[in-house]
Design a protein around this ligand. Structure first.
Ligand SMILES: [Zn+2]
Length: 368
């Protein structure tokens, strides 16, 4: 209550709210509310991929008040990756912090959904598992002390796998440090297509070499996808071909940053390689931002697009920077008549594969 003016704001460790209260009541601390929002919660990780108008609107709302629908607006709720973000820590960081400052604390760079290792100490993280959702907790989970939680170690098979996880952690950190709206899905898709070709994982014509791809990915992340809290990976691994198809196709679907990061780590050896390649892509970003109006007006924006311009529900959703699932939910709730999306998505690439793994992606959810 003292920090944020409400009793729940500090319990939600993944996304901020009421930051203006914090900064105005503790002026001597000199908090930069934008920096707090972007770099001390998961928000920066998600806003890097949002259209500029949407990112500004979300920032404005979490600084001034709260945004209960934030996970829905960021497409997390509709994504198969899931919206539960269990707290994670590195044993060595915990010990060092206790020695250095007298107590252990959670490090934001360990909390990204795609981070499973401490890059500083080159060791896997552990998960502080608590099945209770943050808003229903009666206090704070802490690395030492606080409410009880179950410790789950992230198992790593060998040094090679650990190296991959460390690289993924480093990439996640760089991604989250990017400015809001830094990445455009279409430019990213163009990057991935070129990167996959360069690595011999796709043909010049754009067909994916599925067998090689699956082999490479399985080797990297095998065994980790079964961990509690990483259902995220488990939801993707049976469908790697679908993942790659969804983020690397010419009109990419909205995807969770975790999937982009897996893709970037697959295609590029270093973050600098990726950034160079991204800068070189001259596909001009397709701005949805002119369609992104006030967040509260989402339902009326959607209605205007579907009725006024006769866009399909999925095309309207793309313009608004939200998932089709979310748009469908809003349409149903507000009684908006729309043409249901087609269930079968048969990309050229998907049809070329003969393996069951590939054909299973023919029925693909809109948000992956
Ligand atoms: Zn550490």
């Amino acid at each position: 209550m003292k920090l944020f003016g409400t009793s729940y704001a500090a319990l939600c460790h993944d996304f901020p709210s009421k930051l203006i209260h914090l900064s105005s009541h503790y002026r001597q601390a000199g908090f930069d509310v934008r920096r707090l929002a972007l770099h001390h919660t998961l928000l920066g990780y998600f806003l890097a991929l949002q259209p500029a108008g949407m990112a500004d609107e979300i920032l404005r709302r979490v600084i001034g008040g709260s945004m209960p629908s934030i996970k829905m607006r960021l497409g997390i709720t509709a994504s198969r990756v899931g919206g539960h973000h269990p707290l994670k820590a590195c044993s060595e960081c915990v010990n060092r912090d206790a020695d250095a400052v007298g107590f252990a604390y959670w490090h934001v760079e360990h909390q990204y959904p795609s981070t499973m290792a401490c890059a500083r100490h080159a060791r896997p993280l552990f998960i502080a598992w608590d099945p209770v959702t943050p808003v229903h907790r009666r206090g704070w989970l802490l690395p030492e002390g606080g409410l009880p939680w179950e410790r789950i170690e992230i198992p790593v098979r060998d040094d090679r796998q650990l190296d991959q996880l460390i690289r993924l952690a480093e990439f996640s950190d760089r991604w989250a440090a990017s400015e809001p709206a830094k990445f455009d899905p279409q430019r990213l898709a163009a990057c991935y297509q070129r990167g996959l070709r360069d690595r011999g994982l796709a043909t010049a014509g754009g067909s994916l070499r599925i067998k090689n791809l699956i082999g490479e990915i399985r080797q990297r992340y095998r065994g980790i996808e079964d961990i509690t809290g990483f259902e995220a990976l488990n939801s993707i691994t049976p469908d790697w071909a679908g993942l790659i198809g969804s983020v690397a196709r010419r009109s990419p679907r909205h995807a969770h940053p975790l999937k982009h990061l897996l893709m970037i780590a697959l295609v590029y050896d270093t973050w600098e390689d990726f950034e160079r390649s991204y800068r070189a892509e001259n596909t001009s970003p397709v701005g949805h931002s002119e369609f992104v109006l006030e967040a509260q007006n989402l339902a009326s924006d959607l209605a205007a697009l579907v009725r006024g311009t006769e866009l399909s529900i999925s095309a309207a959703a793309r313009r608004l920077g939200i998932s089709t699932t979310t748009a469908t939910q809003i349409a149903r709730r507000t009684g908006l008549t729309f043409t249901p999306r087609r269930k079968l998505i048969k990309g050229r690439r998907m049809q070329q594969g003969k393996r069951p793994l590939v054909s299973s992606t023919a029925v693909a959810p809109e948000v992956m």
